[in-house]
Design a protein around this ligand. Structure first.
Ligand code: CP3
Length: 340
């Protein structure tokens, strides 16, 4: 069993830098498209055999050091009582706008309401035995609330911010409920066999540092504190956290996920030696010629300067039109250039 990824999460020394890619199972892989052409995205998430198959594809094709469960951050929101569709971006039929909307949400029982997710985790643990560890994941309360309030993606998240400022009691009640859902959901993944948990806060960086501390930090902190994490490291990825790393760090967790807007070495200086980091190559570098990809990989490794506790990754998800051979090349460069 390749333990490089888990060792790095705990800040232990490793023979070479572990690497995986956010959104590594997806449309840039012809193998994924073959499976995906037979069903919708949600059907794929709800069919454990197929979800497990596409989770394993990047492990075999790219040679990455970890697998991530195939699902979506919004999967557990549907059984809260919100009908979900992907067109291809996520759309909720009835967005949350009032206290009555929040009151109507239920907190799902993971084994009863999302059994397919936990079954996928169990299949993956069996199939990944002697290969690589399995990462489970969920959305951070704020990013989930963003989609629930807005009903879909947004450039400015104006409805979310309006609720925050205009009706903070409604916003806080929603955040509280989403946090409880997330805690149950992620603990169920850990119980089913997930060996690390990543929390995706894709939209946390759209807030000012002071609003982040006031409206987001208390809930993410509560979530991370509520996870059964003595044997399961937590990776906290907040896109756009670079200007408020000190605040984001207060939420806890073992590993800070970094986007590409901050120098990884500077981030480590701010975070201190106790916290591992994950990142942070600009995802568009994977469109570059092979020699440029190699130089950029080397630059990120040089910024880390041999400190233990670095997991190589992109600074956000891999883009759907990236040539797979460039992702394979990136993984090979990380392993070769970091070899002890
Ligand atoms: O990393 C992986 O390989 C595991 C699977 C995974 C998916 N979504 C599959 C997916 C993970 C970890 C996610 C997380 C996710 N989903 C986030 C946080 C990370 C990020 O990228 O910021 C967010 C914000 C979502 C919500 C979401 N799901 C959006 C905005 C979209 C549409 C945009 C897009 O990429 O198409 C999705 C759909 C989605 N989730 C796809 C996949 C493979 C594409 C669906 C398809 O096959 O048509």
């Amino acid at each position: 069993m390749n333990t490089r990824f888990l060792d790095a999460c705990w800040g232990k020394p490793v023979d070479r830098t572990p690497v995986w890619l956010m959104r590594q199972a997806g449309r840039y892989l012809p193998d994924y498209m073959r499976v995906r052409s037979k069903c919708t995205f949600l059907e794929l998430c709800k069919t454990p055999d197929l979800a497990a198959e596409v989770s394993i594809q990047p492990v075999d094709i790219l040679g990455v050091d970890a697998a991530i469960l195939f699902s979506d951050i919004l999967t557990p929101v549907e059984p809260m009582g919100m009908k979900l569709d992907f067109v291809p971006g996520p759309v909720f039929e009835h967005p949350i706008r009032t206290m009555a909307d929040v009151d109507a949400l239920r907190i799902p029982d993971p084994e009863a309401d999302v059994p397919y997710v936990l079954e996928t985790v169990r299949i993956l643990r069996r199939e990944l035995e002697r290969k690589v560890p399995l990462i489970g994941f969920g959305g951070a309360p704020f990013t989930l609330a963003c989609y629930m309030i807005e009903g879909k993606g947004s450039k400015d998240w104006a409805n979310v911010k309006r609720m925050m400022y205009e009706a903070p009691q409604v916003f806080n009640a929603l955040m509280e409920k989403v946090t409880m859902m997330d805690m149950e959901y992620l603990n169920a993944q850990i119980k089913a066999g997930a060996q690390a948990i990543q929390i995706f806060d894709t939209w946390g960086g759209v807030l000012s540092p002071s609003d982040y501390e006031k409206y987001v930090l208390p809930y993410t902190t509560k979530l991370i504190n509520g996870l059964n994490r003595t044997e399961t490291p937590v990776i906290h990825f907040v896109k756009g956290a670079g200007t408020m790393l000190d605040s984001v760090q207060k939420a806890g967790g073992n590993v800070m996920g970094l986007d590409w807007h901050i120098n990884l070495g500077k981030a480590r200086d701010i975070l201190g030696p106790q916290m591992a980091v994950q990142g942070n190559l600009d995802p568009t570098v994977l469109y570059a010629p092979k020699d440029v990809i190699e130089k950029e990989v080397k630059r990120v490794l040089d910024e880390n300067a041999g400190r233990p506790g670095h997991i190589f990754n992109l600074g956000h998800g891999i883009l759907p039109t990236v040539p797979p051979e460039n992702a394979i090349h990136m993984v090979e460069c990380v392993h070769r250039l970091s070899q002890k």
